[in-house]
Design a protein around this ligand. Structure first.
Ligand code: GLN
Ligand code: ZN
Length: 769
């Protein structure tokens, strides 16, 4: 291998592109199709038009090899299930009757048939549909979608590189189908799956694909020797095929670690590696493994998950090192650009002095092309780009937004005492009991009440200037009055104001904190046709004035019962935003925590005796590899304690999490040092209560007895049975009665009936104690 030819051949590529289009055309077409307003043909035309536009954008910017097959009507893992014929039995009739409708039935379910389960794609906020497999699953190849998209790109005169979810990752992401024993391991189906991949690869070669990319991000997680053996076998088999395109195996999101030598030795033609974030360790690992002699290396040096401009000189240095390690080095994004918004230049409301630090998919594409040019033709050919990049980076580093001396000084002065309540939990619990005088099995809710059409209309009107601020606030107060009077009548013990003023539990706070940016068009796919606009943590964070006190105090003025103050916790604020890449996450978390701490203290000063700090994202932000867990949990739990540590012992701190499985963070949950935790538990029949009890969790717990993910109204008897189950694990002195989560997505009639039943259940069980 010679460094010179490796450099001269450098090409630019990406692993995938945002799907929705500039004006979210895909969302509109798909939802229109569901409602019967858009025909199947019109939907297909819109989709094909979007793909053409994306490829032309990429090629126009100078991308040499365009990804195909990354497009999806809903989700690329679901597309993979279709490609390998893994259609659950309950969906087969629908798929046979109409493949498109059957596809959407798998994604969304129908009146009679449940959809596939949805879960997060690694540690991103994208959700995929979990393949359901059985010991007797028979795979069959359906390469139509992949072949069509490859041919479409070729028809435009482009060089397509089809991107597939790799077979090992596909199986590792799958779960046993309903009714199949939970210990069934889908990976045991590998030998049956590989021939299907072989067929698809042959079809793609026939369609003109020189290279095909197989994505194996599951290999960037901690894997067992058996998993690694499976990967070795998979790529030995696929690499050994005769009629095949060249194979590029891609991984991203973390270091490949022990999987790196496995793939490096496999008879495939190239690897695509992530060199950003925690995956930057791939650089040293690759050198230690002796590089990739004879192979192509696609170097992911432009972060596909953040919104910041690249440090081009730093990337060139990385690329320079890599040139000595592979036969050919190409430049790419670290992962699909699916995880970032489309175009930063669409953000007209962001100060141009700040906008210059931002790179969304289009800007990242340009960075990749520039780096490939510099690599191939020398850095003097990109001297102007490098100078501009240096200036932009300097503007960010020296900006008054990113370095606020007062915020930094305060964060630096945080002491261990600031992150501790003044008394240990048992003494606080006694003080709180004396102050709150709640009955056994106290009832409460998680915070939000139904977001009615009137509310949404009022908020839209306020934004458009049709509704005055005074009229909007009047609307919010009216809503609070209604929520309060319902709760009092229903007999709930600890009330909430209902969160009517919040558009979203993160955005609402981001809009009020200095240092946070909101975007107008920064949509990112969360799942299917649901897109979110995560706010951007751009600078040092501070709170110019109280954010929630006005509404909580108003609610408290209407009742003698305690009204819970309600905040989103620092970890969740980070998890559902784009974070800074110029300082450790823990530092950003600490700044957010200090701003929230002021809010907590202000709520207390205004009379709140109970304050809830939601942390539904605590577990999902856990680093992919166990090696990163302790470091993460240390700063995450510290940020929570810093948020809540400044209140009196007799002020009760609640926290809330939306899931029931967290065996691996039980200790961290205790480390939050909250007084009460509410969790989702209705569907798993209070299993979590047992787990907490077994782990010796000493505090109060509210395992949900009302599944709010369904419009179904739980009967009082049913809720009472769940409570009795909860009592088997948690003593009555420490058990709360509440729904699984907030009620904002539900309708008033179900909420009324369900909460009345919940109170009835609590009373019945209480009376029987
Ligand atoms: N307090 C929030 C609500 O009730 C909590 C939402 C959540 O946990 N996702 O809506
Ligand atoms: Zn929740």
């Amino acid at each position: 291998m010679t460094t010179k030819s490796a450099a001269a051949a450098a090409r630019a590529t990406v692993h995938g592109y945002p799907r929705q289009g500039r004006n979210r055309e895909l969302k509109k077409a798909v939802e229109g199709y569901w409602k019967g307003r858009v025909t199947a043909d019109a939907l297909r035309d819109t989709a094909a038009g979007l793909r053409r536009t994306h490829w032309r954008d990429l090629a126009g910017a100078g991308i040499h090899e365009v990804p195909t097959g990354d497009f999806s009507y809903y989700d690329h893992v679901l597309d993979t299930s279709v490609m390998v014929g893994a259609i659950p039995a309950r969906h087969r009739a629908a798929v046979a009757a109409d493949p498109l409708d059957g596809y959407f039935a798998m994604a969304r379910g129908t009146q009679d048939v449940a959809p596939l389960e949805m879960t997060k794609w690694f540690d991103t906020n994208y959700h995929y549909l979990v393949p359901e497999l059985r010991p007797d699953t028979v795979f069959t190849a359906d390469s139509a979608k992949q072949v069509t998209e490859c041919e479409e790109a070729r028809a435009l005169g482009l060089d397509p590189r089809p991107v597939l979810v790799g077979p090992v990752t596909y199986l590792l992401l799958a779960k046993p189908a309903p009714g199949v024993p939970a210990d069934f391991e889908p990976l045991t189906l590998l030998d049956r799956l590989l021939p299907v991949y072989a067929e698809v690869l042959a079809d793609l070669r026939a369609a003109g694909a020189a290279w095909v990319q197989l994505d194996e991000p599951a290999l960037a997680q901690d894997r067992t020797p058996a998993d690694l053996n499976a990967a070795a076998r998979a790529y030995r088999d696929l690499g050994g095929l005769t009629a095949r395109p060249r194979l590029l195996v891609a991984s991203y999101f973390d270091r490949l670690g022990e999987a790196l030598p496995v793939l490096a030795k496999a008879p495939v033609d190239g690897l695509a590696l992530d060199f950003t974030g925690p995956a930057a360790a791939n650089l040293g690992d690759l050198a230690a493994a002796g590089g990739l002699p004879g192979k192509r290396l696609v170097a992911g040096v432009v972060n596909g998950r953040n919104v910041w401009i690249n440090d081009l000189e730093k990337s060139l240095a990385t690329l320079g090192t890599l040139l000595g390690l592979a036969d050919r080095v190409d430049v790419a994004s670290s992962c699909s650009l699916l995880h970032v918004p489309l175009d930063a230049t669409a953000e007209r409301d962001i100060d141009p002095q700040i906008a210059r630090w931002l790179a969304f998919a289009r800007q990242k594409t340009t960075e990749i092309v520039t780096l490939a040019r510099g690599l191939a033709h020398g850095t003097d050919t990109i001297a102007a780009d490098l100078a501009a990049n240096r200036a932009d980076l300097a503007s960010r580093a020296g900006s008054a937004l990113t370095r606020v001396p007062a915020v930094r000084a305060r964060a630096a002065a945080v002491t261990a005492a600031d992150t501790r309540r003044s008394l240990p939990y048992p003494e606080r619990a006694a003080a709180q009991r004396a102050r709150l005088r709640l009955p056994l099995l106290p009832t409460t809710t998680i915070g939000s009440f139904p977001q009615t059409t009137e509310l949404r209309t009022a908020r839209a009107g306020l934004r458009a200037g049709r509704v005055t601020a005074a009229a909007y606030e009047e609307r919010i107060e009216a809503e609070i009055r209604e929520v309060l009077s319902f709760q009092e009548k229903a007999g709930i013990d600890v009330l909430v104001h209902g969160e009517p003023e919040r558009n979203d539990m993160v955005q609402y706070f981001a809009e009020q904190l200095t240092g946070y940016l909101a975007t107008q068009h920064g949509w990112v796919q969360s799942y299917g046709t649901r897109y979110v606009r995560p706010p951007i943590l751009a600078g040092d964070i501070s709170r110019p004035e109280p954010m929630t006190v006005r509404w909580t105090s108003y609610a408290q003025s209407l009742t003698d019962r305690p009204v819970k103050g309600m905040l989103t916790g620092p970890v969740t604020m980070l998890a559902w935003s784009f974070v800074r890449d110029d300082q450790p996450l823990g530092e950003t978390a600490r700044q957010v925590a200090l701003a929230l701490r002021d809010e907590v203290n202000d709520l207390e000063a205004a009379g709140s005796s109970v304050i809830q700090v939601d942390e539904p994202a605590l577990r999902e932000t856990l680093p992919l590899r166990a090696a990163g867990h302790a470091g993460y949990l240390a700063w995450a739990t510290e940020a929570f304690r810093l948020t809540t540590g400044g209140v009196r012992p007799d002020t009760q701190i609640h926290t809330h999490m939306c899931y029931a499985e967290f065996g691996d963070i039980l200790q961290a949950i205790d480390d939050l040092d909250a007084d009460v935790i509410s969790l989702e538990a209705a569907r798993s029949h209070m299993q979590v209560a047992g787990e907490l009890a077994t782990a010796g969790y000493p505090r109060e717990v509210g395992p949900g007895v009302y599944d709010i993910h369904s419009p179904r109204v739980p009967g009082a008897e049913e809720a009472a049975a769940l409570l009795r189950k909860g009592l088997e694990a948690i003593p009555a002195e420490r058990l709360w009665v509440n729904p699984d989560c907030g009620l904002k997505t539900r309708g008033w009639p179900e909420v009324r009936a369900s909460l009345e039943n919940l109170v009835a259940a609590a009373r019945e069980v209480r009376d029987g104690l």
